[in-house]
Design a protein around this ligand. Structure first.
Ligand code: AMP
Length: 513
């Protein structure tokens, strides 16, 4: 089974249905969308020798071309490697090389970023600019035929997730993973109809992009906001103009949407569903959101390794105010999605009874095949078919999961994961820095902010501006510390391990003062 068959079917059944929109402007109906995908696939094969199973990277901001390129890749039986467009060129180049991508779709911005990073390569990767006339010529070619036949367990999406090891790992998602994730959406998240409009205000390279499949299956509308990203006023305008809008939002985006609606005296007219997740949502925030926008919310909890699909807190439970456990449930991330089993285990991996806190584990068809070319990391993460999420939480007797912490040190800022190790490694390459430790500090707007605790070499200067420029040259902008704190030494355990907990306490004390 090839996931691109869903597009072929939608185009056969609903050729004239609007498919791709920029703002409120329709750019392609389903017949055109499918024809372009077939044409891109034919070109990938004939011009670039892309064979089934070959990897093709996508390093570009949200656009309708992104979806066309996606389906061109799958139509050809190849594997999409979507890369967050906010990454540094060097980070994107590393992912291209690690995945062995044959070529990369880029836009006019990322063309420069990736081009510079790969300028000195002996065999630089081919870059296809989706903003160029060459791309339109590529997709305007006449092409017929069906998507290349693929097996359900064949790789379709290679999702690079940052890791505690400092280098990102490629999460291998098969056609089957994508299908079961999409069917869980229908069973546990929301219904989908042809009149719906999926608005992509969060990066298509991530969770929001994964929700395209179920909307393609139902020949619904795919909308790229004219701003290319998230603008709360624009989303409210799109709701009014298009109606039946569904979208994925990180909690930070939900809060902004609520503030904008409040300021305009609106209640989110035309917004059908806001699926939120990716980072903790505070109880007061979701209550405030429902007061302003009404019963439009559904929460999901997932991770790249079981994409968007571990638990969900359905719409009905958001408004089940008479239930004696209402507040407890609203503070949870909901119950296991239909295709997934969830359990909590202790340090030895033994299952724990309800009420006890331990690591969250998930098992079921959405769980990844493993990490790309990294059997060791796969063995550590999937044990007897159970995915060790690295999240800490507890289940109640009714199966509601409440997350309390993360066992990994990951920082989630604005819904995006930032691994301290990556930032620390970048900073440690600066000659003035002897030691550094990076933590996430609570922030009402972003969830967490990145803060670096730095010990400088004796006689060296502590200069935030210089450290910031150093980070800018090496890692994505959004990963840079928002603040630097100078220390004479870092707090350490008897074994010499840096105590991030002590830094977190230090930061909390400083906040209180
Ligand atoms: P990613 O792999 O980038 O999608 O990040 C997944 C991580 O985000 C999870 O392991 C959790 O730590 C966190 N996360 C995802 N959804 C939620 C949620 N609904 N509430 C709290 N944290 C979440």
């Amino acid at each position: 089974m090839n996931i691109a068959e869903w597009l072929a079917t939608a185009a056969r059944l609903h050729p004239a249905a609007p498919a791709l929109l920029e703002g409120t402007e329709v750019r392609a109906d389903y017949a055109t969308f499918a024809r372009r995908a077939a044409a891109i696939a034919a070109n990938l094969r004939t011009t670039y020798d892309v064979q089934p199973g070959d990897r093709v990277a996508l390093f570009l901001g949200n656009s309708t071309q992104y979806l066309e390129a996606f389906y061109g890749i799958w139509w050809a039986g190849a594997v999409a490697v979507p890369i967050n467009a906010k990454l540094h060129g060097m980070e994107a180049a590393w992912i291209c090389a690690n995945s062995g991508a044959k070529l990369a779709f880029v836009d006019s911005d990322t063309l420069v970023t990736l081009g510079e990073a790969r300028a000195n390569d002996a065999d630089p990767i081919v870059l296809l600019d989706t903003d160029s006339a060459a791309f339109s010529a590529l997709y305007d070619a006449t092409a017929t035929g069906s998507p290349v036949v693929r097996e359900i367990d064949d790789l379709a999406w290679l999702f690079y997730t940052s890791g505690t090891t400092g280098r990102p790992k490629g999460v291998m998602l098969s056609n089957g993973n994508l299908v079961s994730m999409s069917l869980c959406y229908l069973a546990d998240v929301d219904s989908v109809e042809q009149r719906d409009a999926a608005v992509y205000a969060a990066p298509l390279s991530h969770g929001a992009g994964l929700y395209n499949f179920i909307h393609v299956r139902h020949a619904a509308r795919h909308v790229i906001p004219a701003s290319g990203g998230f603008d709360a006023d624009e989303v409210l305008d799109l709701g009014r103009a298009l109606g039946s809008v569904s979208m994925f939002c990180a909690p930070t985006m939900v809060n902004r949407l609520v503030a904008a609606a409040k300021a305009r005296g609106e209640n989110g007219e035309g917004l059908k569903t806001i699926v939120y997740g990716g980072a903790p949502m505070y109880l007061d925030d979701i209550k405030a959101a429902m007061t302003v926008l009404g019963p439009r919310f559904i929460q999901i909890y997932g991770q790249g390794e079981s994409p968007m699909t571990i638990t969900s807190l359905p719409r009905a439970l958001h408004v089940d105010r008479d239930n004696p456990r209402y507040i407890e449930r609203l503070s949870s991330v909901g119950i296991a999605q239909s295709a997934v089993s969830v359990r909590i285990t202790d340090d030895e991996g033994r299952p724990l009874p309800p009420g006890e806190v331990g690591e969250v584990e998930a098992k079921g068809p959405p769980v990844m095949l493993g990490y790309w070319n990294n059997p060791e990391a796969t063995r550590e993460t999937i044990v007897d078919g159970w995915l060790r999420t690295g999240d800490v939480g507890k289940l109640d007797e009714d199966g509601f999961l409440t997350l309390s912490d993360r066992s990994k040190d990951v920082i989630i800022s604005g819904g995006t994961n930032i691994y301290p190790r990556e930032v620390e490694e970048a900073l440690l390459t600066h000659p003035a820095i002897r030691e550094v430790s990076v933590i996430g500090v609570p922030d009402p707007e972003w969830g967490e902010n990145v803060v670096a605790y730095v010990v400088v070499e004796s006689g060296a200067q502590f200069d935030e501006k210089i450290f910031d420029a150093h980070c800018l040259a090496r890692i994505a902008r959004f990963k840079r510390p928002k603040r630097y704190v100078q220390l004479d030494e870092l707090p350490k355990s008897n074994y010499g391990k840096i105590l991030k907990t002590a830094l977190r306490e230090m930061s909390a004390r400083a906040e209180q003062r």
